[in-house]
Design a protein around this ligand. Structure first.
Ligand SMILES: [Zn+2]
Length: 229
């Protein structure tokens, strides 16, 4: 392992190239990877989003709310069965910048994560292992508490679809963010006018194709170096 790491470092310093993955067959060119993540669903556009991703042969990650899963467990199962990663986004999307200051925060955290987990397991048959807190809330106690429950926490590198930015400018920003190692955040649930998620996703996939980058599930991307939180 150390030998391999040293070799990797040597390669990096000599060639300034990324270390090739161990499972890459010799001679194959490893493409840069990034991840598309969709939060708050399942929502009313999730079915169309699945069609789009399937058409483009792409796997993504869906951070689902327990409350959204209970509202449409069949759609949660469809996402899972299509080979996408279903991840935990807590049960009811509390404002953790407020809840995180309360004395019973760990108790609320446990309940919010476990309830969502139960809904996801019931719908998909699989326990999620990646957690994203609402609004990107993060703190050492959250990461510790998540770890105890068997979760890795993951935020994102770029996302703006909840802002008032005009859609053409927003799309351009997303497209600009398609880079190796990046985690893009869009929403497929929790609001109206989510159709732009479909349009932006398509633009992002076109750019990825142009650059030769591969969109992968977050668990695949996380196998590499830690993404920036
Ligand atoms: Zn959210």
């Amino acid at each position: 392992m150390i030998k391999k790491l040293l070799l990797c470092l040597a390669l990096v310093s000599l060639t300034a190239a990324a270390c090739p993955a161990a499972d890459t067959a010799p001679g194959t060119k490893r493409r840069g990877q990034f991840a598309l993540t969709f939060d708050d669903g399942p929502g009313y556009i999730t079915g169309d989003l699945l069609k789009l991703l399937e058409k483009r042969g792409v796997k993504a990650t869906f951070f689902m709310l327990g409350s959204s899963v209970r509202a449409d467990p069949a759609m949660a199962k469809k996402v899972h069965d299509a080979g996408h990663l279903v991840a935990n986004h807590t049960d009811t999307h509390k404002n953790w910048f407020k809840t995180g200051r309360a004395g019973d925060r760990e108790k609320v955290f446990l309940s919010e994560v476990k309830k969502a987990e139960e809904a996801i397991v019931k719908a998909t048959g699989e326990k999620p292992s990646v957690l994203r807190m609402p609004n990107g809330y993060t703190a050492p106690w959250v990461r510790e508490a998540a770890k105890k429950l068997g979760y890795r926490t993951a935020n994102w590198s770029y996302g703006s679809d909840w802002t008032r930015t005009p859609e053409d400018r927003m799309t351009a920003e997303y497209v600009k963010s398609v880079r190796t190692g990046k985690v893009l955040l869009l929403h497929d649930g929790g609001g109206k006018n989510r159709e732009k998620t479909l349009r932006i996703t398509e633009a992002v996939l076109n750019e990825a194709q142009r650059l030769g980058l591969e969109p992968v599930r977050l668990d695949v991307l996380l196998k590499g170096p830690d993404p920036k939180e």
